[in-house]
Design a protein around this ligand. Structure first.
Ligand code: ADE
Ligand code: ZN
Length: 341
């Protein structure tokens, strides 16, 4: 145990530390209990007959296994109020984990292709984010394109988003990575950049280092989601360090999707040691077994992370956020005040 009297001490320190969460798919925060409640409210039939049966199905051997069940789960989300309730529930969990700022992904194509109005999706999520802001949690909203679909569908989604751009801060790229390289979306990301949107992309979760190079050189990302496989290419690591880009790392997701064999083999410490600005995030907490503090605690225990490393991870979360410099400085000062106690 480095720098802590016990694992309980380290967990308490992590729990109290102010932090931002930068990699969270709001649809991935749909807990089985809420899935059941919304199925009932909306008259949707589920493939499972109990909360326990749903949880028992959450055994994945790769990303696609998970995505198949994730897209099934979101079928219960139909109305603006459903998106509000989902987002409010996540924000309550985040607040309990000392999260002060969130940057949330949503997958509009997972809803509009089922006939849900884009305005209801973005409206419900944004209304919950605005309510949370009154209670002190700030946010940014990032619209992801589903990379298994054609670029033309992403273009149509960006066009649908135009009347709502005052609520949307950035665009991202998610879903099945292998076989769907970033360059497939070069045009739509260039258009999004031209609209002043921030750019992020999942890259190097399962896909090769070349996909991370493409995220940098073709999409011109402001941040990399996951990025684990960047470590296979020393020149790529050097490039990310030189550019000062943040990686949004998701330990329990990596474990559940078999990106790593066990958390003791997780590359998080190697990332920090290489000078990469890694952060810790929950990705799809309802499916992967824990929210942000659970991710911090699991990986800190497995790697025996020091107090300094944990503080660096929390600092990176604000420094890598899309908050302005003043807000970042206020949050970093709050970390200083927390650790001085
Ligand atoms: N959509 C939701 N979670 C995802 C992940 N971890 N990777 C790619 N797409 C996703
Ligand atoms: Zn993700």
């Amino acid at each position: 145990m480095t720098g802590f009297a016990s694992a309980a001490d380290r967990a308490a320190f992590i729990a109290s530390l102010p932090k931002a969460e930068l990699h969270l798919h709001i649809e991935g925060s749909l807990e089985p209990e809420m899935m059941f409640a919304l199925a009932k409210r909306n008259g949707v039939t589920l493939a499972f007959d109990s909360v326990e049966a749903i949880r028992a199905a959450y055994e994945f051997s790769n990303l696609q296994d998970f995505l198949d069940i994730y897209y099934q789960g979101m079928a219960v989300l139909l109305k603006e109020q459903d998106f509000y309730d989902l987002t409010a529930a996540y924000l309550a969990r985040a607040a309990a984990d000392s999260v002060r700022h969130v940057e949330i992904f949503f997958d509009p194509q997972g809803h509009t292709e089922r006939g849900v109005a884009f305005a209801d999706v973005v409206g419900g999520i944004s209304r919950a984010l605005a309510d949370a802001e009154k209670r002190g949690i700030t946010s940014r909203l990032i619209m992801c394109f589903l990379r298994h679909l054609p670029e033309a569908d992403a273009e149509a989604t960006l066009t649908q988003a135009l009347p709502h751009l005052h609520l949307i801060d950035g665009v991202g790229l998610d879903s099945s990575e292998v076989g769907h390289p970033p360059e497939k979306f070069a045009r739509v990301f260039a258009r999004a950049r031209g609209l002043g949107l921030k750019i992020v992309a999942h890259a190097g979760e399962e896909g090769p280092p070349d996909y991370v190079w493409q995220a940098l050189d073709v999409l011109k990302v402001d941040r990399i989601d996951h990025g684990n496989r960047a470590l296979e290419d020393a020149a790529l690591v050097q490039r990310i360090v030189t550019d000062g880009l943040t990686l949004t790392v998701c330990p329990l997701s990596n474990l559940k999707l078999c990106v790593v064999k066990d958390l003791a083999g997780h590359p998080l410490r190697r990332m920090l040691a290489a000078g990469l600005k890694a952060t810790v995030n929950s990705d799809d907490p309802a499916y992967f077994g824990g929210y942000v503090n659970a991710n911090f605690i699991a990986v800190a225990n497995a790697l025996d992370l020091t107090r300094e490393e944990i503080i660096t991870l929390a600092r990176n979360s604000f420094a890598g956020s899309f908050l302005d410099a003043d807000a970042q400085a206020r949050h970093l000062a709050a970390i200083d005040a927390c650790i001085a106690n």
